[in-house]
Design a protein around this ligand. Structure first.
Ligand SMILES: [Zn+2]
Ligand SMILES: [Zn+2]
Length: 91
């Protein structure tokens, strides 16, 4: 059997809606943990009012920045590898 099963569970971040308010989950509650996505109404609700929140967009931008810098390094290495391969092939 050569069937590779791709378990592509949709990693839903900002696309999820708040079960309580029906608003998009655009914030992360720092006090409630890294996986606690909340909506803007949650943030001002009694439960999270005193909690610190991070905007998801900001979080994504930070991740993307990290990813981009890593990707640049990877790209450089890959280019070097490809060049060395071509050299080997010619010899
Ligand atoms: Zn909510
Ligand atoms: Zn909270």
């Amino acid at each position: 059997m050569s069937g590779v099963v791709h378990e592509s569970k949709p990693e839903s971040l900002a696309s999820d809606l708040c079960l309580e308010h029906g608003c998009p989950l655009t914030l992360i509650c720092v006090n409630c943990g890294p996986g606690s996505y909340i909506c803007e109404l949650c943030a001002i609700s009694a439960q999270h009012k005193s909690h610190e929140t991070i905007a998801l967009r900001q979080e994504i931008e930070q991740i993307m920045e990290q990813f981009n810098s890593k990707f640049n390094v990877f790209e450089q290495r890959y280019t070097m590898l490809e060049e060395s391969k071509i050299c080997e092939y010619r010899n």
